[in-house]
Design a protein around this ligand. Sequence first.
Ligand code: SAH
Length: 205
Amino acid sequence: MKFTISPIQLESRGIKDQKVLQAIRQIPRELFVPKNYREVAYTDRALPIDCGQTISQPFIVAYMTEKLQLKPSDKVLEIGTGSGFQTAVLAQLVKEVYTIEIYSELSQKAQKLLTQLGYQNIFYYQGDGNLGWPEKKEFEAIILTAASKQIPKTLLEQLKTTGKMILPLEINSGEQILYLIKKLPQGKGKLQSTPLLPVRFVPLL
Ligand code: SAH
């Protein structure tokens, strides 16, 4: 059994950002998965967690994080705390992470674990992520880890101009594409949308 996610595993799939690779390497993923999956915690697979949800595949976590090009001074909003693994990666890279989870069981479990691991720059909210975190806008980056049928408008309003949002969008017949959305400085709230790759996420409720 290996005790870290091998950066080589991620680099060979095109992840280049050393800060992202280092952050992922430092997080014990085995603590974020159910006990009976610990043996496979360091393989590049999505795994089931409580409430019928999943912890994302490490490659996807690395890929989404890299695409956001985060800065240490950034404030980031995450929709779908789940296990809290992606939350931990973000918290290693930015000033503050605001994370929303709809299931209280998952939110509480993640909060307990992340607190035990020593993270002090994560703020938790249990509720509907579609509404965002209006008191804390605007965010330099917003990440959704559940698939939406459209870009949630309320979240876009909470994104800073020049900020980036990354999310899986359900296009048609259940097909999902990961999109990077940039809020452009020119034009009123004009967006630049870039499709990145096909993905499979649980649906945004
Ligand atoms: N980043 C997490 C992914 C968990 S799966 C991880 O790697 O562990 C997506 C999560 O989004 C689930 O925990 C699900 O409960 C949550 N979710 C779904 N719809 C939501 C909504 N409307 N608001 C907040 N969280 C939501």
